[in-house]
Design a protein around this ligand. Structure first.
Ligand SMILES: [Zn+2]
Length: 334
């Protein structure tokens, strides 16, 4: 057996700041379980925690890793990526992601990129039959994020036309499947022909970024959408707004290309647009979405499973936007 270890970010920087340290073994308290970590899926969040975000304090040193699979006495589980304080008005209303004390594993509390974690027992979800732990850990954060965006915030209706920007991203591949599940006509963008073919295989009509929101495009084409799902930010924002039909809704959960955006206020009020911010989701929403996973109606999309020794390469793939779907890190368990 390896000694207990953790990947620790003690200062912001390049992949070299992802340092492996030996750590003390953990013990579980009342209501807690000790999980032997087998797989951790990467998110863009991991790269933000590593690089740092101007004006944001991640409280270093921090152990990253939001999407965690492991085992407890031979039982395979994945962990809830986030939770509320449990006692404020938002939490009691079941809106944990509006809790001012919201905790996101690997962001403002230590994550799972380590040999073992101790968590409250309720934070463990079963790995559904038919999925491996590596596949299951590719789901929770992006599944919950996309579910909350489209179901709770944008309130998708059957038959609506939905555009998912960056359809091959972790959130994108979930958003496409959730919109299809809700009976929508789904369109999505990607940068290369090969990635667009993969979008088509997921059931989305593919477009290049340059085609979106073009003047003169007709409303059966790359404009006139009821809902646009955004996570790219600066680089796609103006096209996303132009691509909305009158009364359309834009829902955004991230800004991987930058966070400074402009909007034409006349377009906002004349077209009567709704701009909706979204982050994570309620714990109950994850349980609902997990039911769809267990039923086989939402599937993980995995780009690569890499050993822990190739963690830096996994970060680079995310930063270069080279991944289609998720990158999963296989932990050292022997
Ligand atoms: Zn709370």
């Amino acid at each position: 057996m390896t000694n207990p270890y953790a990947i620790v970010i003690a200062r912001h920087g390049g992949p070299e700041v992802l340092e492996r340290h030996d750590v003390a073994p953990l013990t579980a308290g009342a209501g807690e379980v000790r999980v032997r970590v087998t797989h951790v899926a990467l998110n863009h969040l991991d790269t933000w925690v590593r690089r740092g975000v101007p004006g944001h304090d991640f409280g270093l040193p921090r152990i990253p890793g939001s999407d965690v699979a492991g085992e407890i006495d031979g039982r395979a589980v994945v962990l809830h990526p986030g939770w509320g304080c449990g006692s404020c008005a938002a939490c009691l209303a079941g809106r944990q992601n509006r809790c001012l004390g919201y905790r996101l594993r690997g962001e403002n509390t230590d994550g799972g990129l380590r040999s073992e974690v101790v968590v409250p027992a309720w934070q463990c979800l079963p790995v559904p039959p038919g999925l491996t732990p590596a596949q299951a850990c590719a789901l929770p954060l992006t599944l919950l994020t996309a579910w909350h965006m489209l179901v709770a915030r944008a309130r998708l209706q059957r038959g609506e036309r939905v555009l998912v920007q960056a359809g091959g991203s972790g959130v994108g591949v979930m958003a496409i499947q959730i919109a299809l599940l809700h009976g929508c006509e789904v369109h999505a963008t990607a940068s290369t022909l090969e990635r667009r073919e993969r979008l088509r295989a997921l059931g989305a009509t593919p477009w290049s970024y340059e085609q979106i929101g073009k003047k003169g495009g007709d409303e059966s084409g790359p404009r006139g959408f009821d809902v646009v799902c955004e996570s790219v930010g600066e680089a796609t924002w103006e096209a996303s707004v132009r691509a909305l039909k009158w009364g359309g809704r834009l829902v955004i959960c991230g800004a991987t290309s930058g966070a400074e955006a402009k909007i034409n206020l006349r377009a906002l009020f004349f077209k009567q647009l709704d701009l909706l911010g979204s982050t994570m989701g309620a714990s109950a929403e994850l349980l609902t979405a997990w039911g769809e996973v267990a039923a086989g109606r939402i599937k993980p999309v995995i780009h690569a499973i890499l050993p822990l020794s190739r963690l830096a390469e996994g970060h680079a793939m995310l930063e270069d936007r080279a991944a289609f779907g998720k990158i999963v890190i296989a932990m050292e368990t022997e």
